[in-house]
Design a protein around this ligand. Structure first.
Ligand SMILES: [Zn+2]
Ligand SMILES: [Zn+2]
Length: 281
């Protein structure tokens, strides 16, 4: 598949593709309701006019050019040593934590921009549940700061953790897709909301004790069967807002690797600080 043609980045087309649905907005396949004219993966210029509008910092309420000001990023998102496999905090100089050495997760690497605590917990809640989509560019920029090693020659595919159709209808958007589509140009990848599907709705992970979370998401995800060839041999970055136990991302990694992905990496805004559980336990 060509990846550089001007039309390629028409994410709206891609998202609705599997549904081929008569002008429908493709709730099940896509991860948003409004028709977003995405500029991802195209050579269209970014939106400097929008970027220059002054706005109140979401953290300190000071005026600035960014939704989260540079001072607050420095104060609350200082780079932290994190395990390269599970993104939990480690001592400086440690690359892989003991838990991951003993039992490596199924993905190759995981990166988190920040720990899940003040002020990120309330900002992510606003972003996820209260339509604060204006935070998405700032979150994507924070994730991009954690860096990304390019492995294959083809651009990586950025796949949001999909929502079920029901939850998407309730919420109106998938916060992971809002991140993925903004992160893609920053990482030189291609965001795609229709390749990975949630085929079964599940109770929210946080409603369950950690030991039940892996079973809860078993069989919940699948690769779009008509697009398996597009995944084969590709490096995939799974994007989400928060990584907690890793049960969801582990299940997704298994599904993607079984379907032929060359590698899976995880990129999230925030990692919960405590290793209360890993899916592999
Ligand atoms: Zn600020
Ligand atoms: Zn680890």
């Amino acid at each position: 598949m060509t990846t550089e043609s001007p039309q390629r980045g028409s994410t709206g087309d891609r998202i609705e593709g599997p549904r081929s649905g008569n002008g429908s907005l493709g709730h099940e396949a896509g991860q948003y309701i409004e028709r977003v004219t995405s500029t991802l993966s195209t050579d269209r210029p970014s939106r400097p006019a929008q970027a220059r509008l002054p706005s109140l910092c979401a953290v300190c309420r000071g005026w600035g050019l960014q939704r989260i000001c540079a001072d607050c990023v420095e104060r609350h998102a200082a780079p932290t040593a994190r395990c390269s496999r599970c993104a939990l905090e480690v001592a400086a100089g440690v690359v892989v934590c003991g838990a991951c050495l003993r039992q490596p997760p199924p993905w190759r690497a995981a990166r988190a921009a920040v720990g899940y605590g003040f002020p990120w917990d309330r900002l992510i809640a606003a972003f996820k549940f209260h339509d604060a989509l204006d935070l998405a560019p700032a979150f994507a920029a924070l994730i991009a700061r954690t860096g990304h090693d390019r492995h294959g020659s083809a651009p990586p595919l950025l796949l949001p953790v999909p929502l079920s159709a029901e939850r998407l209808r309730e919420r109106g958007y998938n916060q992971a897709w809002e991140l993925a589509r903004r992160l893609a140009p920053l990482l030189g990848g291609i965001a795609d909301a229709a390749l990975l599907l949630r085929v079964r709705d599940t109770p929210h992970q946080l409603a369950l004790p950690p030991e039940r979370r892996a079973a809860n998401v078993k069989g919940a995800f699948a690769v779009e069967p008509r697009r398996l060839a597009e995944l084969r041999g590709r490096d995939v970055i799974v994007v989400d807002d928060v990584m907690t136990t890793g049960a969801t991302t582990a299940e997704i990694a298994h599904v993607l690797l079984a379907a032929g992905a060359a590698s899976v990496e995880i990129e999230v805004v925030a990692r919960t600080p405590k290793p209360d559980d890993l899916a592999t336990h």
